[in-house]
Design a protein. Structure first.
Length: 549
């Protein structure tokens, strides 16, 4: 199955790089003749859909970049190196209509939707019910991501349109209902065991669970708690299937090849050079740090962990060092790399030196030009199903001890040196977060690297907000440690509330991002459309969010 998928990915790479009209592919030509399609033919025809979906999740300006707006990591302006202002705006939540990250993800998602629509109108696809339903899933998945990030979007459900047609913006409830109708229509109809990287029935369960879990946060209305029960019912089907279990080691889910992990429900396989996955080796590593991995592609020391998040980990939690690294670095022969010594602390999003900030190596980094480009990406994991069940039980106020047992089960593999610490209680999960929220930045951007030594930065802005007032704050911490870098955190920060009614997303400060004083409005939880997007579609109006210019 994985060989078939790599064939698909190779075809996707050709399709994405060629300047051809996808209406004129060989498949659309031979479909009009008397050709009998095999299952492999059908799968290969999905190449362009896979390609665009990959772009949504893994490419620069994709969904991974939008996680820079959370409390985990950021891309500061690197003194003497660069990186740009849009990364800073994402961190500070001063969004505007020029942020390219929003446009890149938006465009790729609609391209995937268009490809799904195109293929769903082909006779060969219509005659293959499972593949047809898998395409409906991918279309729903793209709309789910668009809805989550932009909310006020247009729906396009067919491929053939009149000249000049553009999708009309619809109310959020319309989009939500459309996604739910699609998923419920294909539930149980995508196949129970289709192999690694292919949509199956349990992928549909997981996406339905996500839709239910976030409903009240999206619509800013907690009056109907039944959505949590519905989310619980969906993950119960995944758990009861017996098809999945936790991998023995956390990092088994983030190797270059994760096809053998029993935990993966849905993943996107990548195989360099046929397809290009997550470019995090280039984003996180300093140039000299490439020697540690034998990595030969570009690296410019962009991203760094927000120190406050690093300090939330228990020192015995293996996810700390499985996910992050800092300190002196060595080449593959064990020799110190001169000057390559990362610090956890750094001064500001507006200015940081090359080796400030811990770096991420959660996704396996290969040698040569491969880096993380060939590392498979998990989208839904069994751990997520267990954590959703735990969260729903806690929100519904029932079987809270079982919820704690589920979280403890996920934690167990990460505390082998201190197994007693793996066990958490319902009271701990329902209590506050251990994140030391508040502003932590230096007003002085020094030109002299020597002045960055401890004690030399003396113009700090420091506030203390803590996390005691976060409802289910202990669970929010658990989600952060388990799912860092898996497109969870922004959604989680919006869903989890403080005792004053605000979401953590708006109500807390971290690093250089200030809190919002007013109580939440759902419009604060979405991104703006890029100016070029609005110019291209006259039926779209700008999202009414704070700070859009």
């Amino acid at each position: 199955m994985k060989k078939i998928l790599y064939t698909i990915l190779a075809a996707a790479a050709v399709l994405s790089s060629a300047c051809t009209n996808l209406d004129e592919t060989i498949y659309s030509q031979i479909a009009a003749e008397k050709y009998e399609f095999t299952d492999d033919d059908i799968q290969a025809m999905l190449a362009s859909v896979y390609d665009y979906v990959h772009q949504v999740y893994a490419s620069f300006n994709g969904m991974g970049d939008l996680e820079e707006s959370t409390d985990m990591w950021c891309v500061p302006s690197r003194l003497g190196i660069g990186w740009g202002k849009y990364y800073i705006l994402l961190h500070k939540h001063t969004f505007n209509n020029s942020i390219s990250h929003c446009a890149g993800f938006f465009s790729a998602a609609y391209s995937a939707i268009s490809e799904c629509n195109r293929m769903m109108e082909m006779d060969a696809i219509k005659q293959n019910a499972v593949t047809f339903n898998q395409l409906r899933f991918f279309r729903a998945l793209m709309y789910y991501n668009l809805f989550d990030n932009f909310r006020n979007i247009g729906l396009d459900t067919s491929y053939i349109h009149e000249d000049g047609w553009m999708p009309t913006q619809v109310a959020p409830q319309v989009t939500y209902d459309f996604i739910m109708d699609e998923l419920n229509a294909i539930k149980g109809k995508c196949g129970a065991d289709n192999g690694f990287g292919v949509v199956n029935d349990y992928c549909v369960n997981m996406l339905l669970a996500k839709m239910y879990l976030n409903h009240n946060a999206w619509f800013n209305d907690e009056s109907d708690q039944s959505y949590y029960q519905k989310a619980l019912d969906e993950v119960e089907e995944v758990i009861a299937s017996g098809k999945y279990s936790l991998a023995a080691n956390y990092l088994d889910n983030f190797k270059a090849d994760i096809s053998s992990s029993p935990e993966v429900i849905l993943a996107f396989p990548f195989e360099y050079p046929y397809s290009y996955g997550l470019g995090w080796a280039s984003l996180w590593l300093a140039n000299s740090n490439r020697k540690t991995y034998g990595y030969t592609s570009w690296a410019t020391s962009g991203a760094g962990a927000i120190p406050q998040f690093i300090h939330t980990y228990d020192e015995d939690d293996q996810r700390l060092t499985d996910t992050w690294f800092w300190g002196q670095q060595y080449d593959q022969q064990g020799k110190e790399i001169e000057g390559c010594n990362y610090t956890i602390e750094f001064g500001s999003i507006d200015g940081a030196y090359e080796f400030e900030g811990a770096r991420c190596h959660k996704y396996e980094i290969g040698n040569g030009p491969v880096g993380t480009y060939s590392t498979d990406l998990p989208v839904f994991r069994y751990a997520d199903a267990l954590m959703i069940k735990a969260e729903c039980l806690l929100r519904l106020g029932k079987n809270e001890d079982e919820a704690a047992e589920l979280v403890s089960q996920v934690r167990a593999r990460n505390f082998t040196s201190a197994p007693e610490k793996a066990t958490v209680t319902a009271a701990q999960l329902k209590g506050g977060s251990c994140y030391d929220y508040g502003l932590r930045y230096n007003l002085n951007i020094q030109d002299d690297p020597a002045k960055t030594e401890a004690g030399q930065k003396n113009e700090w802005v420091i506030t203390h907000e803590g996390g005691d007032d976060i409802i289910l704050g202990g669970l929010l911490d658990e989600l952060g440690w388990e799912f860092m870098g898996e497109w969870h955190r922004r959604q989680d920060l919006i869903r989890f509330k403080m005792t004053n009614g605000q979401s953590v997303w708006n109500g807390k400060s971290w690093f250089c991002k200030p809190r919002v004083e007013t109580i939440d409005n759902v419009d604060d939880n979405i991104f703006p459309f890029r100016a070029a997007t609005l110019e291209a579609n006259p039926w779209l109006t700008q999202n009414p969010i704070r700070d859009v210019k």
